[in-house]
Ligand binder design. Structure first.
Ligand SMILES: Cc1ncc(COP(=O)(O)O)c(C=O)c1O
Ligand SMILES: [Zn+2]
Length: 404
């Protein structure tokens, strides 16, 4: 048995193949590259029973991950987050089997830890010494911290308005942090320039092929946690869309391994009304999206006006019979409070958008009462203290409180 069954990289646009043992960024045609594994060979030795007794983190799926030598793994214990039943809010929505995959308790406080763990580990394997990336906050924080653990120097550029805590995570880990008075797309241009000028490894979303492999493990875990049975619907808060592309890739690989049947869950891209390029493209039946002007939303991680992998997100939606839906900020904030009040979890605004989407899709009949529905909470609400406005009485010592 090999540790990893990675075979090569391929371009989903022009089908060119590339080796995976040297640094590759985009395909010569400008498309992101995807990782291929020798699934036919792996299938001969590997079954769900092989996972018994393995570490309770995402490295339990190492055969389907790109790191060839276990010595290169950079880990903070990420993965195998809980899949929680959400019965009270589910019943309020009229959904009998509503679950939440809770990424709020993973290292660095968001699911970006998965992409960073696998991306940084592979960067280490490829002898990268300096990387750079634009971010809406959480990804930069995760990559800065994992890069610190790997001994790789990170340069991060994020919008001034990104959650302050993510700025602090970058700063304390010793990253070269720059803020930009603009959006992630503006940060991307600055990074692009620096990458050329200083010959850095470009860790921008989908400009290196391995982050998606880390995010793919959310899909593997959900299915393993459901005992290799498929849910009907998975809702994902979509910015760059890497998580959704990754979950779709995980499902396809499991089908090819023969571990699940080929009746994939309907994948739903959830966006904010103030930044919904994928929703617009889906409504118009297009294969890719257009830049969304003047985008804005409190769900900062999904404020991505144009995603490099938009065509892959749309393909995953079309091929699974899914859909795309936009939620406004007031709705998602209400939902965030409902989830805390009814279920005891302080989820992030991006995650809250997936619950609003489930509610709306149930109301419209797109989701049926008896379907199994998974909402992805991609991070901890604790990272976004400003989303909660509190008005509480302040007592003097000895004063009596009212009963509430
Ligand atoms: C909490 C959170 N949710 C969702 C997203 C969107 O992720 P993706 O780029 O995979 O669409 C982000 C990205 O920054 C995020 O921070
Ligand atoms: Zn290509």
């Amino acid at each position: 048995m090999k540790f990893s069954y990675i075979s090569h990289l391929h371009c989903p646009k022009c089908q060119t193949k590339y080796g995976s043992d040297v640094i590759q960024q985009l395909c010569a045609c400008g498309s992101p590259l995807l990782v291929d594994y020798d699934l036919q060979e792996l299938k001969k030795h590997w079954t769900p029973a092989s996972l018994a007794g393995r570490s309770n983190d995402l490295w339990r799926y190492h055969e389907l991950l790109p790191v060839v030598d276990p010595e290169n793994i950079v880990t903070l214990g990420e993965g195998m987050t809980p899949l929680l039943p959400m019965d009270r809010i589910g019943s309020a929505m009229g959904i009998d089997h509503l679950w939440m995959k809770d990424e709020g308790i993973i290292p660095t406080g968001s699911f970006k830890a998965r992409g960073a763990a696998v991306g940084v580990s592979k960067a280490k394997e490829l002898a990268v010494q300096e990387l750079a990336m634009p971010t809406n906050g959480n990804a930069g924080a995760a990559w800065a911290l994992y890069a610190a653990r790997a001994g790789i120097q990170a340069s991060i550029v994020m919008p001034v308005e990104a959650p302050v805590i993510t700025r602090n995570e970058c700063a304390i880990s010793g990253a070269n942090l720059n803020l930009v008075n603009g959006l992630i797309s503006d940060a991307g241009k600055i990074v692009g320039q620096a990458v050329k000028e200083y010959n850095l490894y470009d860790a921008s979303t989908l400009k290196e092929p391995y982050r998606i492999e880390g995010k793919k493990t959310m899909g593997l875990e959900i299915i393993e946690q459901l005992d290799w049975k498929l849910p009907d619907v998975i809702l994902y808060p979509t910015g760059g869309g890497v998580g959704l592309i990754g979950i779709y890739k995980a499902l396809q690989e499991l089908v090819e391994l023969g571990w699940i049947e080929n009746k994939l869950p309907r994948l739903v891209a959830v966006q904010a009304k103030g930044c919904a390029p994928i929703v617009k493209a889906w409504e118009e039946g297009k294969a890719d999206s257009q830049f969304w002007e003047d985008s804005t939303t409190i769900a900062f991680g999904i404020n991505v006006p144009k995603a490099l992998g938009d065509f892959l997100v749309l393909e995953a939606i079309y091929k699974t019979g899914g859909c795309a839906i936009a939620i406004d900020d007031a709705e998602l904030l209400r939902e965030q409070a409902d989830v805390a009040r009814l279920e005891g979890v302080f989820i992030c605004p991006e995650g809250a958008a997936t619950f609003s989407a489930a509610r709306k899709l149930r109301e419209s009949g797109w989701i049926q009462q008896n379907e199994t529905v998974i909402a992805l909470n991609t991070g901890s609400g604790i990272k976004y203290p400003e989303t909660v406005q509190v008005e509480v009485p302040v007592l003097e010592p000895g004063e009596r409180m009212t009963r509430g």
